[in-house]
Design a protein around this ligand. Structure first.
Ligand code: C2G
Length: 130
């Protein structure tokens, strides 16, 4: 069984996220998503609209996702890859090269980001619509 892992906040879930999750799952048989906790979001200077619990609940309902774990530090990735016996680490290419150190432990694939949508764009568009 080929195991894939990816990390993110996944706030205000949109089709760009789904496109990432679908392509990540298509690379293997089992997809783990490490979703940023509210505390870790602070370290990323991100404030998500949905709480960790609700973002986890939403992600667990997606057919491409097999397991959701918390992401609460930058340092956990090697631990996760080893302990979860991950074969492929996947991220959108806005993170290109950032996680190449993981190549010592698993395959690293950066997938093209989906153009025209982002959580920031949703917030901005709604603000102007209000
Ligand atoms: N993404 C995408 N296309 C978009 C928007 C997002 O492919 N239009 C991808 C991102 O590249 C990322 C994933 O969807 O791989 C989740 O995006 P975010 O929730 O914004 O994740 P981020 O805050 O970048 O967190 O340790 C890694 C970090 O936790 C990544």
């Amino acid at each position: 069984m080929k195991k894939v892992i990816t990390y993110g906040t996944f706030d205000l879930l949109h089709w760009g996220h789904i496109n990432l999750l679908k392509r990540a799952k298509d690379l293997g048989d089992y997809l783990i998503v490490a979703i940023s906790t509210d505390e870790f979001n602070k370290l990323k200077n991100k404030k998500s609209y949905h709480s960790y619990e609700n973002r986890k609940f939403i992600l667990e309902s997606i057919k491409y996702v097999d397991e959701v774990i918390p992401e609460d530090s930058w340092e956990q990735k090697i631990h996760d890859v080893i302990n979860k016996k991950v074969d492929i680490f996947v991220m959108g290419d806005d993170w290109e090269e950032e996680f190449d150190f993981l190549r010592a432990y698993c395959e690293v694939i950066y997938l093209p980001r989906t153009k025209g949508i982002s959580t920031t764009k949703i917030k901005e568009d709604l603000f102007t619509l209000a």
